[in-house]
Ligand binder design. Sequence first.
Ligand code: GLA
Length: 377
Amino acid sequence: MPQHEIRNSQFAIRNFRAPGRVNLIGEHTDYNDGFVMPAAIDLSTWVKISPLEQRKLQILSENFNEQIEIDLDDQSLARRGHWSDYPIGVAVMLERSGRRLHGARLQIRGEVPIGSGLSSSAAVEVATACALVANSGLTIDARDLALLCQKAENEFVGARVGIMDQFVSLFGQAQKALMLDCRSLEFELLPLPDNIRLIICNTMVKHELASGAYNERRAQCEAGVKHLAKFVANVTALRDVTLEQLEQFGSDLPEVVYRRCRHVITENARVLAAAKALEQGDLKEFGRLMAESHQSLRDDYEVSSEELDLMVELAQKLEGVYGARMTGGGFGGCTVNLVAVEHDEEFSKRVAESYEQVTKLKPEIFICSASNGAEEV
Ligand code: GLA
C-alpha cells in the first residue's frame, strides 16, 4: 500500500496496523515547532473493521474486554475519560473535517504497553483512522491524517500533545530513525547501523498524572515565547530562539520558565547534532547527546522520575551501551538504550536484575527494531 494514501477495496473485513514509537532524541520539542528523532517500533495496535448498515460504530477493545456503541449523528459526543475516547475522538474529527463516515464494527487489539511513553495512544488513533477512512471509501493524505489524529487527542481527549507520535506511526520505516522538523513537517529517514539495537526498558511506573503536568509544560513554554518575542524579532515558538538570546533576554523570566526554555533550545540543538553524528556513524557522540538530553529533561524540564533516573544510571554502567535516556513524555514509562548487538542479551538481563533489586519492580525489556509505519495487513 502506498504510504500516502489509504484506499478502499472490495473486501468486507479489513485489518490495519499502526505502530508505537520510541523517541531517540528530541523530547518536548515537537510542540515548540522544533526537531525530533523517533523510530516506529515493532509493537503495534491492530484494528479489524467491517461495515455496518446504520451510521453507528461498535467498538470492541480486546485489551479492556469491553464494547461500546456510538451513533455517528450524535452531536453530543464528548470525552469520558475512557479508552474509547481515542477511537471516538478520531471518528468525531473525521466527521468535523467534512468527511462522512460509514457505519462500522471495529475490533481493537493493542500490544504497545499503555501509559509507558511508547505512544499506545497514537497507535490506536492512527490504526482507527486508517480503518475508518478505508471503510468509508475515502482517501486522505497521510500528513493530514497525522494532523487529524493529533487534533483528536488535543481537542477530544484533552492532551495538548505535539505531532511526533502520530507522524512517526504513519511515516516510520524499518531500520530508520525519522528526523522531523515539526514546523514544516519535512522529514528525513536516517539509516540506523546494523550493529546496534534499540532496547526499551519499562520502569513499570505509569505516567497516569502526566497530562496535567504535560499541559503545564506547554503553557510555560508559551509564557517564555511571549516574553522573548518582545526582544527578538520573528519569534513565534522556542524554535526561533538561540541559547545566547535566552541568556541575554531571559533574565526577567521566572526561574522555572527560564529552565523550561533552556531545555527546549538546547534539545533542538542536540537533535541536529545527533543527526550529524548518525550520518557520520559516530555512535559515541550520539550516546553522549542522549545522556545530555536525559540530564536536561531531569533538571531543567523536570519530567523524569526516580525510577527513570535509576534505569538510565544502571544502563550507563553496562558494557556495549552507547547511550541511555528517558523516552516519551516522562513522569514514568520507559527508557531507550542504544546498545551494541553483541551485548543485547547480557544488557537486558543485567539491567533488569539490578533494577528489580533496588525497586522490587520487575521491568519489561523490549529488544526492538525500527519498523514500518501504519499499513493494511
Ligand atoms: C508525548 C507527546 C508528544 C511529545 C512527547 C514528548 O509523547 O505525545 O507529542 O510531546 O510526549 O517529547
